[in-house]
Design a protein around this ligand. Structure first.
Ligand SMILES: *Cc1c(COP(=O)(O)O)cnc(C)c1O
Length: 391
């Protein structure tokens, strides 16, 4: 049986707007944030940072910021976006394997909470720049824990073969350097093993690895103040209507039960997709329905230029015809871009579709709008929030 329950959209108002565009449901986003804030309270000392790279729409950022979350940034531009949206610099963390000097200086100038440092050469440059500006840079070291994640190969980050983090064999040496460097204040460890992780066993494996690392460091009389476990919690792309809010209760409970935090320690999370993924949809109009000998194609006015995840990661997004309730037929749903990978889904069950129908591509709040491009000289998509349509 096909699940034909659909999302709720202000269709009449959509008819006035140029397509394609992103639509963010603030009710879903608020309910998600309510749950994050409630369930994170199992920890005594914690900070949840929103990973900006998932979505930097200003309305979305302002709402997230209003819940008091910190910000996880991976570029100078994201630091600026976080500051513009009102995030507290004392709750900004800055990760990335290739931080440019100007980005480091921007972060120093705003006294962000901490740099998540990915290599010794980077640590040396941060020390130099901090000294030049009479600053002390707070630093966590990003560890490559060599823990796999059961997710798409392009979005695993915690294996030895990945470019991220400091290897376990060099960790002690880099900590020793950090402890001696005059303009560095080393405060803890950072981890992030990948994205769209739905198997809690992956987080358990990370906790076990962190426990081992902590025991090893304590044996060398090294005390860790902050443990940042990164993000990566996945969402239910198949059932955005049945499960619009991820199960944060069990997510936080996994860490609470498996990670051996010391009484003085603060735990940090960096959640991107799980916060914004389900609130967003890409709304598009059908340009043509092309009936071939074997297949029929629905050709949308949205393509990989608006949402690249299917082309880049073979990602699945639920697709709904929100303006038809006719009988179900099977279609390949494609975009207009001159690339064979510009396909949103093959053999998709949709209510019988005609030119001009509205199609919602669901669960597009994370890594959607932020990855849009001008390829084929296309305009970037507009974005609306549900409040824009309230009378
Ligand atoms: C991308 C990223 C995140 C967020 O990942 P999600 O899967 O969206 O939760 C967190 N931390 C770091 C360092 C990242 O690069």
């Amino acid at each position: 049986m096909v699940e034909m329950q659909k999302g709720h959209f202000p269709l009449e108002q959509f008819k006035e707007i140029k397509t394609p565009f992103y639509y963010y449901n603030t009710d879903v986003l608020k309910r998600t944030l309510d749950l994050v804030c409630k369930e994170a309270k199992v920890f005594d000392q914690y900070c949840v940072h929103y990973a900006l790279k998932a979505n930097t729409n200003p309305n979305v950022l302002t709402l997230i910021q209003s819940y008091g979350l910190g910000a996880d940034c991976v570029s100078g531009g994201e630091i600026q976006a976080a500051l513009n949206a009102g995030f507290n610099p004392k709750k900004i963390v800055f990760a990335g394997v290739g931080k440019a000097d100007w980005e480091i200086e921007l972060a120093l100038q705003h006294d962000i909470f901490c740099f998540n440092v990915e290599s010794k050469p980077e640590l040396e440059v941060i020390n130099e720049l901090a000294s030049k500006h009479n600053k002390i840079a707070q630093v966590c070291l990003r560890v490559n824990p060599n823990v796999g994640a059961h997710t798409h190969a392009n979005i695993t980050t915690g294996l030895q073969e990945n470019k991220f983090g400091i290897g376990l064999t060099e960790l002690k040496e880099v900590i020793d350097y950090a402890l001696e460097a005059k303009s560095i204040h080393w405060i803890g460890l950072h981890f992030h093993i990948g994205s769209q992780i739905i198997d809690a066993g992956d987080f358990v494996a990370l906790c076990n690895r962190i426990n081992t690392i902590q025991a090893y460091l304590e044996a060398h009389r090294i005390q860790v103040g902050h443990i940042n476990v990164g993000g990566g919690f996945g969402i239910d792309y198949a059932n955005p209507n049945r499960q619009p809010i991820p199960d944060f209760k069990s997510y936080f409970e996994t860490y609470d039960s498996r990670l051996k935090l010391r009484p003085h320690q603060t735990i940090h999370f960096e959640l991107g997709r799980s916060i914004v993924g389900q609130c967003g949809s890409l709304i598009s109009r059908v340009l043509y329905v092309k009936r071939g000998a074997k297949k029929q194609f629905v050709i949308l006015d949205a393509g990989m230029t608006e949402l690249i995840r299917p082309a880049l990661y073979q990602a699945y997004h639920k697709i709904e015809n929100i303006s038809s309730d006719k009988e179900i037929e099977s279609y390949d749903v494609v975009g207009p871009i001159c690339e064979s990978s510009d396909v949103f889904g093959k053999s998709i069950d949709l209510n019988k579709t005609n030119r001009g129908d509205f199609i919602a591509i669901r669960s597009a709040g994370a890594y959607g709008e932020v990855m849009a491009s001008h390829y084929n000289c296309r305009e970037l998509p507009q974005a609306y929030i549900s409040n824009d349509f309230e009378d």
